[in-house]
Design a protein around this ligand. Structure first.
Ligand code: KG4
Ligand code: ZN
Length: 339
């Protein structure tokens, strides 16, 4: 036994292989290693599930050992393992969960299954105290939803997209311009030098209610704007196009944020997910919250994209009865092994 008490967090739900070590004693992340598969998927303009699972298989041991090395830790410092078990690409999830199960069994440590969205939702509070109730926004390539969070076991969806996720809209818009994958970071960079009023977008209203978002209309409008342009779009028009589209997406999210903050007495607003890295969105949500005097907590850039730290962090917040492979099961195993 070592004196260290680390939780190993694993996420292989999509196109990033990530392992992290979270120190229970200091409530700090000791290492968080992310191996991105961008180069594998970029030539295809999007994620190819079969290639993603194979890349996880190739990388998983390397990433695990790098997380241990960076933390100057050994196998025996791991006192619990947390792994994303849903939602995600099934082949990718299987690589991570199989690895986690085997390691938990080998080390005789408890195993936690963590929902990937819970990981994102609580990631603004890694290394910060969580105060309930908070309004959470997970905005990524696969999800865009607002949650009322009263506690770890009391999470309600209070608003969401009825079609595409915001990240998906960024990626598709970038694809129309031939900007490559993933499109969000490129649009963010180019938009900084563009005029956000150059291309008009009408505000999207979803009949179902003011808490709902829709990005498919913005995407169609972007397509039509491009059709109306001359065949050779100038560099200046590209910058303006990115700035106008980004502005429309961000304002659409901020309209819902204002509406939802006025519905309930939240202690804070917490934003997470890959799109939470968008510079304009980060600035605008802070302005919206400041106007209502609601504290705004945004996940640190290292914890916005998919990462193992957010998975270990949720396991740290969970109760012992949430363990998938409990210490009791493992104690039985120990007895059988020594018999
Ligand atoms: O959370 P994430 O890594 O994976 C999912 O769980 O989906 O999010 C990836 C998404 C991609 O769609 C990517 O284009 C978007 O996050 N993204 C951004 C930015 N950085 C990443 N979107 C807008 N601005 C950014 N700076
Ligand atoms: Zn994610």
């Amino acid at each position: 036994m070592t004196g260290k008490n680390y939780i190993l967090g694993i996420d292989t739900s999509c196109d990033d292989t990530s392992f992290a070590l979270f120190d229970v004693a200091t409530e700090h992340v000791i290492s968080n290693v992310i191996s991105s598969q961008t180069e594998v998927h970029a030539p295809h303009g999007g994620i190819v599930p079969e290639l993603a699972s194979r890349a996880h298989l190739e990388n998983i041991s390397l990433v695990f050992h790098e997380a241990l090395n960076k933390a100057d830790a050994t196998l025996f410092d791991i006192k619990a393992i947390a792994v994303t078990n849903t939602p995600g690409l099934i082949g990718c999830l299987l690589v991570g969960t199989s690895f986690a199960r085997s390691l938990a069994y080998r080390l005789c440590v408890p195993l936690y299954a963590v929902n990937h969205l819970e990981g994102h939702l609580f990631s603004p509070f890694i290394e910060k105290k969580t105060e309930f109730p908070f309004l959470g926004l997970v905005v990524s390539g696969g999800h865009t939803a607002f949650y009322r969070v009263m506690g770890l076991d009391e999470i309600t969806v209070v608003g969401q997209t009825v079609d595409d996720a915001a990240g998906e809209a960024f990626d598709k818009c970038a694809k129309m311009l031939g900007l490559g994958y993933p499109g969000g970071p490129v649009i963010d960079r180019l938009a900084k030098s563009g005029n956000n009023k150059a291309f008009a977008y009408t505000k999207v209203k979803v009949k179902r209610g003011e808490q709902y978002l829709s990005f498919s209309g913005l995407k169609t409008a972007a397509y039509l704007h491009l059709q109306n342009l001359e065949e050779n779009i100038s560099e200046k028009q590209k910058l303006d196009f990115c700035a106008s589209f980004q502005h429309a997406v961000v304002e659409s999210i901020c309209d819902r944020l204002q509406f939802l903050l006025d519905q309930y007495d939240y202690k804070s607003f917490a934003m997470s997910g890959g799109v939470a890295m968008n510079s304009l969105l980060r600035k605008r949500v802070q302005e919206v919250c400041a106007a209502r005097q609601v504290p705004c907590v945004i996940a640190a850039p290292a914890y916005c994209a998919d990462n193992g730290a957010m998975i270990a962090h949720v396991a740290h917040l969970k109760k012992p009865e949430d363990q998938l492979m409990s210490l009791e099961t493992l104690a039985t195993k120990k007895k059988t092994m020594s018999a």
